[in-house]
Ligand binder design. Structure first.
Ligand code: AMP
Ligand code: MN
Ligand code: MN
Ligand code: MN
Length: 275
């Protein structure tokens, strides 16, 4: 079984890279990509843990980009994590994340919440801060009932602390991934708040800038989304990937590796990679 989109605690997942790999093995996944947000810090540990379990680790990352002022996620798969270009780029992404955390907490403080306390509770011991960490801190400190509630009240679209990070342009991010020898795959294409016309524009620009694949099957995706993504893959000449976007065993609706089959009409991205 193949799962090419997962998170560890090096970004906003709850399991360590080794725990994630063991859980993937137990779920029958034998080709696993670890794709932490803007970080490759967990890849070595995951690869090492995977070897004796028969899990082949695909070195990956999920990079935040912007397109027409929308945050877009691009998966870099089969990347060389040692690429100097990519390493420099991910350091800059980490700086952007830290800066955004400061801004988010300042906005929360401005509406009367304890900004400094929330910032301290949002720092991740193992990896980069994400909005998920802020949401967890808001829950822990009693300002939200759940992660979803924290996004709904404070962090999501149009809310007081919805801070657009200054992510680099989509084409630039695709360039980093290609520069590191990787395959750039557009993550969860149906999750962006875009009209279908705008979505086609996104795919067109993605292909134009060197994107190679699109995530056709993603965790919790409805069947009609799979069909829509397969149609986009065919229309723009892109390969297809599958990934759960697993973060946390507690989110039982989004398990590792339990993914729908790719439609026969699309070309799997792993065909070029000996899988
Ligand atoms: P960031 O990359 O820092 O903007 O954080 C984005 C992450 O927050 C995503 O990868 C999801 O894991 C999580 N997230 C975003 N929106 C929601 C939501 N409405 N409910 C729960 N988690 C969310
Ligand atoms: Mn996430
Ligand atoms: Mn994502
Ligand atoms: Mn993800």
């Amino acid at each position: 079984m193949i799962d090419l989109h997962t998170h560890s605690n090096r970004s906003d997942g709850t399991l360590s890279p080794a725990e994630l790999t063991a859980r993937a093995a137990a779920a029958g996944v034998d080709v696993l990509a670890l794709t932490d947000h803007d970080s490759t810090a967990g890849l070595e540990e995951a690869a090492r843990a995977g070897k004796p379990l028969g899990v082949r680790l695909v070195p990956g990352v999920e990079i935040s980009a912007s397109w027409r002022s929308q945050a877009i996620h691009v998966l870099g798969l089969w990347i060389d994590p040692e690429s100097a270009l990519l390493r420099r780029a991910l350091e800059a992404q980490a700086d952007r994340r830290r800066l955004r955390l400061d801004k988010i907490c300042a906005h929360l403080a401005a509406i009367g919440l304890p900004g400094a306390q929330i910032k301290a509770a949002s720092q991740s011991a193992e990896g980069l801060p994400t909005r998920s960490h802020v949401a967890q801190a808001l829950v822990k400190l009693g300002h939200a009932k759940s992660i979803e509630d924290a996004f709904r009240r404070y962090l999501g679209r149009g809310r007081a602390a919805a801070i657009a990070a200054d992510w680099p342009a989509l084409g630039e991010v695709v360039g980093w991934i290609r520069g590191a020898g990787g395959c750039a795959a557009l993550a969860h294409p149906m999750r962006y708040a875009l009209s279908s016309g705008a979505r086609r524009g996104l795919l067109e620009d993605f292909k134009e800038s060197g994107g190679s694949a699109i995530e056709v099957v993603t965790g919790g995706n409805a069947a009609h989304h799979i069909d829509a993504c397969a149609a986009l893959a065919l229309r723009y000449g892109l390969c297809a990937t599958v990934g759960s976007d697993f973060h946390d065993p507690e989110r039982a609706w989004n398990p590792l590796g339990r993914l729908a089959k790719l439609p026969d009409c699309v070309i799997p991205a792993w065909k070029n990679h000996g899988v």
